[in-house]
Ligand binder design. Structure first.
Ligand code: MG
Length: 193
């Protein structure tokens, strides 16, 4: 039986927003169908789907993603619902956005600007900016994330987890019972394996 959860770490990219699809479109790729064989590797996915260029390096791709990428970044279909559900479950003081920054200062600035413009006022000082999300793990804390690697590390560190279904992850193996009944309806499961 799960320990009662009193804190939620909520991933930003591809949970609160449509980062991967939007970034692929930004560099000239169709975002659908997502090449599921690439897994959680956007560089590989771009190389697979780009109509004219198939030799992107990670450095090249990340440096191409500019601040303006974030100016019209769409929120995800579950964003309003999941944010209000998290707030209901643990209270607004215990909901944190947990997201990783890149080494591209333009992308970082754009992401922070997007967060300030888009996220509600009550959440503005509750950001944890790290790729090492597991440093926040404990039995009372739930990570909601679309990355299989993030979920695995968080669980190994003693945290509770719920993986958001995405074409790049094996979501069924890691979905917690918490929220599940409510999550399946609003999520688009197409492409998830
Ligand atoms: Mg993510």
């Amino acid at each position: 039986m799960d320990t009662e959860i009193t804190r939620i770490m909520l991933d930003l990219d591809d949970v609160c927003n449509q980062f991967t699809a939007h970034a692929m479109q930004y560099v000239g790729c169709p975002d659908l169908p997502f090449p599921v064989e690439c897994g959680y590797d956007m560089v590989a996915a771009v190389n697979k789907r780009h109509p004219t260029k198939n030799d992107w390096t990670p450095e090249e791709l990340w440096s191409t993603l500019g601040r303006d990428l974030w100016d019209d970044m769409p929120t995800s279909c579950i964003y309003p619902w999941i944010l209000s559900r998290c707030r209901e479950l643990v209270g607004r003081d215990q909901v944190f956005i947990c997201t990783s920054l890149t080494d591209n200062i333009e992308c970082t600035a754009g992401k922070l600007g997007w967060m300030q413009r888009t996220l509600p006022a009550w959440l503005q000082y509750q950001f944890v900016l790290t790729p090492a999300k597991e440093v926040t793990a404990n039995p009372y804390t739930l990570l909601i994330d679309d990355s299989h690697a993030n979920i695995s590390r968080f669980r190994s560190a003693g945290g509770q987890t719920m993986m958001i279904p995405a074409p790049w992850n094996p979501y069924k193996r890691y979905v917690s019972t918490l929220l599940l009944d409510n999550l399946q309806t609003p999520l688009n499961l197409q492409g998830a394996s």
